[in-house]
Design a binder for this molecule. Sequence first.
Ligand code: FAD
Ligand code: SF4
Length: 506
Amino acid sequence: MTRLRLVLGDQLTRDVASLRGYAAGDVVVMAEVVGEATYVKHHKQKIVFVLSAMRHFADELRADGIAVDYIRLDDPDNSGSIAGELQRAVARHRPVELIVTAPGEWRLLADFKALDLRIPIDIREDERFFATTARFAAWAEGRKVLRMEFFYREMRRETNLLMEGDVPAGGQWNYDHDNRKRLPKSQALPPHFGYAPDRITQDVIALVQDRFADHFGDLDGFEWAVTRKDALRSLDDFLIHALPNFGKYQDAMASGEPFVFHAVISPYLNAGLLTACEVCIAAEREYIERRAPLNAVEGFIRQILGWREYVRGVYWLKMPDYAETNALNATRPLPWLYWSGETDMHCMAEAIGQTRRTAYSHHIQRLMVTGNFALLAGIAPKEIAEWYLVVYADAFEWVELPNVQGMSQFADGGLLASKPYASSGAYIDRMSDFCDSCAYDVKLKSGPKACPFNFLYWAFLIRNAATLRNSQRMAMPYRTLAGWDEGRKAAITAEAEAFLDGLATE
Ligand code: FAD
Ligand code: SF4
């Protein structure tokens, strides 16, 4: 009596729900399908990461005596879709049941629900999160705004992470006031260890180069871990070398330094090579054993236990409508510089250049450089959301979309963020050395040499005054704006429009 057990490319965890209760005679099906690699044109490194990690995972399962039916991308009979491969697998194995773990995308879940395979389909909850989707929905019930901080506190209590009895370790829930420092020039940075591609990864690199040559991103220099063993090594390296300074320099940016003190583990968490629970427990141990300070450990755990769980909850609560939100009516097409990286704005060139080279950039670059620019420029949320889904190795829709629509673009009208993350060049100047070597002058507010973030910021506030002016958290800039006469407002709006109209879109 065969049961077919599906494992998707972001479900590479040994005790993922669909593998539970595996018995002799069952078959695990894993499929590389062109549809998933191309429904948006993912960064080449992201495709290599997922396919190579899948191939390694299948080998590990086989080494443990588990039967795996693995369909490669270049299999001549490959149908190109998950649904098609499931049909073929059912015809091959004649199973009595299909067992799947709920996928991380609304689109795929809808596909699974619509599948007609003439056998029962058991769609199991993905249990690799601290909170189930039902748990999050229960928390959200009846709340007008869904603030992460309150959800996070409940998660701390429920998991007992960084708790001393009923109170948070150190007496406070949040140590952000000790964080957000600029990186001093003399500050040594932790080493970043990569992994040379093994034979399996080299094969996948050749395949991706051949099949997806027109996708964004470089393949040279691919150095992501593709096994759990190496992902665990990356976690250990982070705990030893970077975690102690993670909090302090969490928001800092530096030219030529993509990683700073960040963990660089999000693709491993999202694909299943690491679990959120083990990562948080490992970080907590560094605090308990006094190797890392509380502000660093709390800040790090909040990202995973707080933000990561919270955005997932919002995604499943609000989809599919969430993807359509556009509270600021932003309609501008995405400028070509997001793909080419060719721009005189040094901060943008840095963030996009390293994204092309590594399929990574850290949170503040995503939020306050590329995200901030798109917000100020009024880029259509769908266009910028697709860009983020394409370019990062960690981009899976359940985590990417709320971060873009909600946190970065304010497209959900403030459900997720209490105010738009909009800022002039001053923020980037404060948190980085980018402005020191930029063609623009961050101190200038207008004119051909003025930092574009400056005039775009004021034009953004003017354009969105009807929606934003009454928000308490936006009171300060709108008070400033109240002192401007109409002529000054029209001039800055015209300058911003002219700059944006001058950006190529293809
Ligand atoms: P660290 O800074 O070291 O943080 C540790 C871990 O915390 C991360 O690995 C990640 O799992 C988690 N985390 C941190 N911030 C967030 C957050 N806001 N939401 C969810 N998890 C978080 N993260 C993704 O995993 N996939 C995405 O597609 C993605 N898209 C983003 C788009 C935008 C516009 C923004 C502003 C943020 C996005 N993030 C996304 C969140 C965050 O930027 C990345 O998780 C982080 O940069 C990954 O690098 P790291 O592992 O070095 O993280
Ligand atoms: Fe970016 Fe403006 Fe600074 Fe240049 S001057 S790096 S555009 S913030």
